[in-house]
Design a protein around this ligand. Structure first.
Ligand SMILES: Nc1ncnc2c1ncn2[C@@H]1O[C@H](COP(=O)(O)OP(=O)(O)OP(=O)(O)O)[C@@H](O)[C@H]1O
Length: 599
């Protein structure tokens, strides 16, 4: 830490002294590089942190620059008033460009944002108000009392301060709740939603952040160059910017700056050889993607991980510390969950065919059935991943049919997944933090206006996360990415994460899959303790030994319909169940299933 602070201090001093060694051309180049760095940080926030492909970043830059140009020259407003309006306009455009992200993702989103960016260059090339192909000149010099900003040496310091502010703010976002939820969404949007992260709002926030950085860079560009023309905001610069972010490392904001500086220097060196320049950028990008997919900034971590894998001793999984017992629910406890005649069809295939089910408060309910009988689909409907094609789901007496996962999670439904959906690039502690964090994305204004309250809130969450880690014996792995852990430990992290969301109803999808005998026994104790703390549990499981010993009630599904329900003994004796898949081998005192179902 001390080295890091010393490093930053040395860098700050070097940056402050830099203009003293530069001629007037070089300082101009540096000023342009800083603008690219600011753009790259914005792009890094949207793409690297939020996982949203955004090929409109240079268009945001253009909107900021053009809005400043138009407002100062045609509307006659002062530079700074125009600047504020220009950034607001860019933010509005950013939200507009982000709207498609609510429906489409990955390369499709890339195509749409690129299309919108091209539409922008087309518009400015043809619109009279934007000066057509000639652009707009005579933008006034920004005024600052006592500072002559027509002097590029002084403009450098303005840019430097803005870039430093942008970096600090970006890092602040990345390392606290908002950025953590965005990173969780990037790693696994589905799991993030199931833990209460408001995925649509987070996607819009990613575009909002990118556009604000783009807008600010645009304003500075207008003030620096005092002339705007369409070619500065075209596709060539967009790809250059993209290359900067990929080379530097999109998941690290510092990496984005490094990429911007590095590639700009290469561009400057190759300025007399434009043909080779394009080939050079392309080659560097390809080499980076192949040999350092996390970019230059990711290299130290990869090296550390590689060395650590050889040398370090893995931490030990501690024992689970049971929860304190809550009050036992009364015998006539109300229903927490009610599914009423739920249907779910996939292009004609009936995965659920009129499932009706009531789960009372304080129960541990087992859901069993042959492969493909609709168990996971039922969970997906209850947790909002699928909107049922028919029927109704009630939670806590309220109709919640078709609500999005994040709303159901916030209402008190939490779940795990059959194939583990941990956030791979977050640490174990951060995985827990995402679940603990209930702040609303719309409260993101606090980052600007009440940053200290954000910091305090995050500190409280971290203390609670440490308690959760301690209870589940995971403290030794707190700082590690989950994928480095043994499978059984990962399963435990997922359960800890689901319970950290403080649900009233916990859905566990095959929690014993892949566990050894001792781990299954521990799992049983864990689930019982979770229930005793006051959380109702529904568990899908193929391990019949576990189901029979753990669940008071079992629902059996076959071909998407409930074929039996009752106590373990009743279910085991039901002829329909035996016929459906359990076979004669099933009885209450012989609970092992044939190997193909006992996994
Ligand atoms: N998204 C989907 N698109 C198309 N078909 C689906 C989809 N999800 C599930 N199905 C189909 O619905 C049926 C029920 O699947 P589901 O995963 O719910 O069964 P399951 O009882 O959980 O099975 P398993 O025990 O193997 O996990 C299967 O035939 C499956 O192929």
């Amino acid at each position: 830490m001390r080295y890091r602070i010393a490093g930053f201090a040395a860098l700050a001093v070097a940056a402050w002294l830099l203009p003293y060694g530069l001629d007037s051309y070089a300082i101009h180049v540096v000023n342009v590089i800083i603008l690219f760095a600011l753009l790259a940080v914005g792009l890094g926030l949207a793409m690297g942190v939020g996982g949203q492909v955004n090929l409109a970043q240079v268009a945001f830059f253009g909107v900021g620059a053009y809005a400043t140009a138009i407002l100062t020259t045609e509307a006659g407003l002062g530079f700074w008033v125009s600047a504020v309006l220009a950034v607001a306009a860019t933010a509005a455009i950013g939200l507009l460009v982000g709207t498609p992200a609510l429906r489409i993702q990955s390369h499709y989103l890339g195509i749409v944002t690129l299309g919108l960016a091209l539409a922008f260059t087309n518009w400015v090339t043809n619109a009279q108000v934007a000066g057509g192909a000639e652009g707009i000149s005579n933008i006034p010099v920004p005024t600052l009392p006592g500072v002559d900003l027509s002097n590029e040496y002084l403009f450098y310091y303005l840019e430097l301060i803005v870039l430093a502010g942008g970096l600090v703010f970006g890092e602040f976002v990345v390392r606290t709740g908002l950025g953590r939820r965005m990173r969780a969404m990037r790693d696994d949007a589905l799991a993030a939603g199931a833990l209460g992260a408001e995925v649509p709002m987070l996607r819009m926030t990613a575009f909002l952040l990118a556009s604000v950085y783009g807008g600010v860079a645009g304003v500075l560009y207008a003030g620096l160059i005092r002339y705007v023309a369409p070619e500065s905001f075209g596709i060539a610069n967009m790809f250059l910017l993209l290359a900067m972010v990929i080379i530097g490392g999109r998941q690290s904001l510092i990496g984005c700056v490094v990429g911007a500086v590095g590639l700009s220097v290469v561009r400057e060196l190759l300025v007399d050889h434009p043909t080779y320049a394009q080939v050079a950028y392309g080659s560097v990008v390809v080499l980076t993607v192949v040999f350092a997919p996390t970019g230059l900034a990711g290299l130290p971590r990869r090296i550390r991980a590689a060395v650590g894998r050889r040398g370090a001793v893995a931490g030990r999984l501690g024992p689970f510390q049971p929860y304190e017992r809550g009050d036992a629910p009364p015998a006539d406890a109300p229903a927490v969950l009610r599914a009423d005649d739920v249907h779910m069809s996939f292009r004609g295939l009936k995965a659920l065919d009129g499932v009706t089910l009531t789960v009372r408060q304080g129960e541990i309910r087992g859901i069993v059935g042959p492969n493909g009988s609709g168990k996971t689909t039922l969970f997906n409907v209850i947790s909002g991943l699928y909107r049922p094609t028919g029927g109704r789901v009630e939670f806590g007496g309220r109709d919640v049919t078709g609500l999005p996962p994040y709303r159901l999670a916030r209402a008190g439904i939490s779940r795990t997944f059959q194939n583990l959906r941990l956030f791979g690039d977050l640490t174990v502690r951060e995985n827990i933090l995402v679940a603990l964090d209930r702040s609303r994305t719309v409260d993101g204004w606090r980052y600007l206006l009440r940053p200290l309250s954000v910091v305090r809130g995050d500190r409280r969450l971290r203390a609670r996360a440490d308690e959760v880690l301690d209870r589940y014996g995971l403290t030794a792995f707190a700082g590690q990415p989950p994928r480095s852990l043994p499978y059984g430990t990962q399963r435990r992290v997922e359960i800890a994460r689901a319970v950290a969301a403080r649900p009233r109803l916990l859905l566990l999808d095959e929690p014993a899959a892949g566990l050894n005998g001792d781990e299954v026994r521990q799992l049983g104790e864990m689930v019982r303790s979770i229930r005793d703390s006051g959380i109702t549990v529904v568990v899908i499981e193929h391990n019949m030994g576990l189901v029979m010993s753990l669940c008071e009630h079992i629902t059996v599904l076959a071909s998407g319909a409930v074929i039996a329900e009752g106590s373990p003994a009743e279910v085991a004796a039901a002829p329909a169940v035996i016929e459906a898949y359990l076979g004669d081998s099933m009885s209450t005192d012989d609970v092992e299933l044939p190997t193909e179902v006992n996994r």
